[in-house]
Design a protein around this ligand. Sequence first.
Ligand code: NAD
Length: 301
Amino acid sequence: MTVPNDAMVTVAGAGLMGTGIAHAFAVAGFKTCLFDINAEQIEKAKTSIKKTLDGGVRLGKLEQSAADAALKKLSFKTKIADAAQDADLFIETVSENLAIKHAVLKDADTYIKKDGLIGTNTSALSVTEIATACENPSRVIGMHFFNPVHKMKLVEIVLGIATSEATLATTRAFCDQIGKTSIVVNESPGLTTSRMSAMMGNEAMWMLQEGTASAEDIDTALRMGFNHPMGPLELGDMTGWDTRLAVLKYLHSTLGEKFRPCPLIIKMVAAGRHGRKTGHGVYEYKDGQKVPGSGLKASMI
Ligand SMILES: NC(=O)c1ccc[n+]([C@@H]2O[C@H](COP(=O)([O-])OP(=O)(O)OC[C@H]3O[C@@H](n4cnc5c(N)ncnc54)[C@H](O)[C@@H]3O)[C@@H](O)[C@H]2O)c1
């Protein structure tokens, strides 16, 4: 199936993800409205989208005319009534908090088209629970995008208990038309991506703690042996071990013993070694660059 090109898409939450998602729909030619209650966020999003479009043109990935056309497709609002009116697809990507998401979806439910869909970009909350804010939960579906949205090809589509076949089919069509590859996941903790990535990062930390190999060699093993673009310890430094630990604790409580967080992660987080964002994780970082040979040594653990 295909979605008509004049379909209207509203993205709620002009943060990191909302900005990227609005950019993707506008470049694909959809009328796209980006909404946030914070006008400052809207201004930041405008600048960021322009910068990404300019970068695309500079790198030869986008014609100037396509960048100009994308800008024309975009509108920005700070009131949900103006933003969601008559939307065919409403994607919420507001802060990861159930009460906030419920409030936004309750409003969206009254303003979007009667046959419109509601997507949620939640990373970890239950789509089924989020959907309880809507009168008709069969039109609510998870659309889990990845950062940076303009580069990452995947959308994990998540089915809540009430999500209908028709909602799934239309959501897949939207994903196809913005050039993303979609996979379908039944609601479950960590979906496929966070669950897999948490498992690998945790296992890599167990190996480091046991002195199986150096941090550098564990990362090189996954990069060279399996063609991963980044090793699991480098990836943990990028994601942040504080975030990783929170995900592991949740997966441990829901999926059991195999997700018990490695004590080395707990120790690193307690020490404030959260990764790139604090300048020190498994590796040290200076001016945003990894310091060669700085990987945590077994003798320090
Ligand atoms: N950051 C990631 O890598 C990532 C990846 C996939 C999914 N997610 C999920 O996407 C969602 C957003 O994450 P983010 O990193 O973009 O967060 P963010 O903090 O950058 O942005 C959240 C935005 O929501 C806005 N907001 C808060 N309450 C609102 C309301 N009532 N109405 C309208 N806007 C409101 C805030 O002003 C802010 O601009 C979360 O559910 C998160 O779990 C994040």
